[in-house]
Design a protein around this ligand. Structure first.
Ligand code: UD1
Ligand code: UDP
Length: 365
C-alpha cells in the first residue's frame, strides 16, 4: 500500500486537485491523505463542499493582511510535523501558489518525493505573474515527477534539462472538473436579470494588477457598459479586501453590472457556459474557456497558457484602459471577430487527466 499525500490551499488548486483526490480514493493499492493549508478559507471550503472532499488536516493559515512571507513561513513550519507523522511515499502539489512552493520545499527538506500537477507552465518572466512564475520554476527544480497538461508544457521542462522519464503529459485536471459541473438544464435566479442580454463574466484578482492596472480595467468596463445596453456583466468578486476597495471606488453604479459574492464552482462553470464573453486575469479560466468555446480577453501582459491563444480563444489585452475598451467593443460589435474567437477546442485534454496521473503513480511509486 502506497501513501499519497495531496496538499493544496487555494480555490483553483482545490478545483483541479479534487478530481484527482476522488480518482485516487477509488484505488485500493493507494492510501490518500488530504491536507489543506487554508491559504484560502471560504473560497476553498466552497470547492471542498461541491466535491465532497474532507481533508484529514487543515493548517488554517489564512489571516488578515497575509503576505508572501507569512503564507510561506506559516506553511513551512506547520506542515513539518504532519510530514514527519504521515511519512508519505509522495507528496502531490498543484500549480504555482505559495502553498505549492512552501509544501514542495518542506517535502524536499525531508527528502520526500514531490509530484507536480500542472507542471511546466512558463511565461519566462519571473515577475509576471508574480510570484507564480517563480513558484513554478522552484517546484520544477524540486519535483521528482512532472504531470504536464500539454506537450508545450513538457517542451518547457525539456528545455530546462529535466529528465524525460520524469515527465508525463496528462491533460489538465481542470477539464476533469468541468466535465462534472456543466449541465444544460442548469438554472439560476440571476438568469431573470440577464434576460436576453449578452452575458459578460468578469473576474480580476492578480497581485500584480492591484492598483492602477485594476483601476484601468474597471474604467474601460464602465465605458463599455455606459455605451451598450444589450450586455449584462456579472463580477463574482474575490474576497481580498484590497480588490473590493478598488472595485467600490472605480466601478460605476451601472444598471448592467452586478457584483456578486464568489460563486461556487458549479454555478461559476454554468455561468461561463452561458456567457457571450469573458474578461479575466485568472489562470484557470483560460483553461476552461477554450473547451466551452468562449472568447476571453485576458487582462494581463503575459500568459503561461499559449495553447488557448494559439487555439484563437484567448486574446491578451494587458491593462491599458484604451486597449481593453477597444477590444471589448470590437467583440461586441464585429461578429466576424467574435466568431473567430468562439470556436470550441480542447488544448487542455479530454477530462481523463486524473486517471493518467493515477496510472503513472501506480506504475512508478
Ligand atoms: C492566491 C495565489 C494565486 C492564485 C489565487 C487564486 C499566491 C501567492 N497567490 O492569490 O496564485 O491565483 O490565490 O484565487 O499563492 N480571502 C478571504 N477568504 C478566502 C480567500 C481569500 O478572505 O477564502 C482574502 C484574505 O483577505 C486574503 C486575501 O483574500 O488575505 C488574499 O488571499 P491570498 O491567498 O493571499 O492571495 P490571492 O490573491 O487569493
Ligand atoms: N471560479 C469559481 N468561482 C468564482 C470565480 C472563479 O469557482 O466566482 C473558478 C474558475 O472556474 C476556475 C478557478 O476558480 O476554475 C480560478 O480561480 P482563480 O481565478 O481564483 O485563480 P487562478 O486560476 O488565477 O489561479
Amino acid at each position: 500500500m502506497k501513501k499519497i499525500m495531496l496538499v493544496f490551499g487555494t480555490r483553483p488548486e482545490a478545483i483541479k486537485m479534487c478530481p484527482l483526490v476522488k480518482t485516487l480514493d477509488n484505488e485500493k493499492n493507494i492510501e490518500t491523505v488530504v491536507c489543506v493549508t487554508g491559504q484560502h478559507k471560504e473560497m476553498l471550503q466552497q470547492v471542498l463542499d461541491v466535491f465532497d472532499v474532507q481533508p484529514k488536516y487543515n493548517l488554517k493559515i489564512m489571516k488578515e493582511g497575509q503576505d508572501l512571507y507569512s503564507i510561506t513561513s506559516d506553511i513551512l513550519i506547520q506542515i513539518k510535523p504532519l510530514l514527519e507523522l504521515e511519512k508519505p511515499d509522495i507528496v502531490l502539489v498543484h500549480g504555482d501558489t505559495s502553498t505549492t512552493f512552501a509544501t514542495a520545499l518542506a517535502s524536499f527538506y525531508m527528502q520526500i518525493p514531490v509530484g507536480h500537477v500542472e507542471a511546466g507552465l512558463r511565461t519566462h518572466n519571473i515577475y509576471s505573474p508574480f510570484p507564480e512564475e517563480f513558484n513554478r520554476l522552484a517546484v520544477g527544480n524540486i519535483a521528482t515527477y512532472n504531470f504536464c497538461p500539454t506537450e508545450l508544457a513538457k517542451e518547457n521542462l525539456l528545455r530546462e534539462n529535466k529528465n524525460e522519464e520524469s515527465i508525463v503529459v496528462t491533460g489538465n485536471t481542470a477539464i476533469d472538473a468541468l466535465k462534472t459541473t456543466v449541465n444544460p438544464d442548469y438554472h439560476h435566479d440571476l438568469f431573470e436579470w440577464i434576460g436576453d442580454k449578452r452575458l459578460i463574466m468578469l473576474t480580476v484578482h492578480r497581485r500584480e494588477n492591484l492598483g492602477n492596472p485594476m483601476r484601468n480595467m474597471f474604467r474601460a468596463i464602465n465605458r463599455v457598459c455606459e455605451e451598450n445596453d444589450d450586455i449584462r456583466v456579472i463580477y463574482p468578486i474575490h474576497l481580498n479586501p484590497q480588490i473590493r476597495k478598488i472595485a467600490s471606488e472605480e466601478l460605476k453604479d451601472n444598471n448592467n453590472i452586478k457584483i456578486v459574492e464568489p460563486f461556487e464552482v458549479t454555478d461559476f462553470h454554468n455561468f461561463l457556459a452561458k456567457s457571450y464573453l469573458i474578461l479575466t486575469d485568472s489562470g484557470g479560466i483560460q483553461e476552461e474557456a477554450p473547451s466551452l468555446g468562449k472568447p476571453v480577453l485576458v487582462l494581463r501582459d503575459t500568459t503561461e497558457r499559449p495553447e488557448g491563444v494559439n487555439a484563437g480563444t484567448l486574446k491578451l489585452v494587458g491593462h491599458k484602459e484604451e486597449n481593453i475598451y477597444q477590444t471589448f467593443m470590437e467583440l461586441l460589435n464585429d461578429s466576424n471577430s467574435y466568431k473567430k474567437m468562439s470556436q470550441a477546442s480542447n488544448p487542455y485534454g479530454d477530462g481523463f487527466a486524473s486517471e493518467r496521473i493515477k496510472d503513472f503513480l501506480n506504475k512508478n511509486i
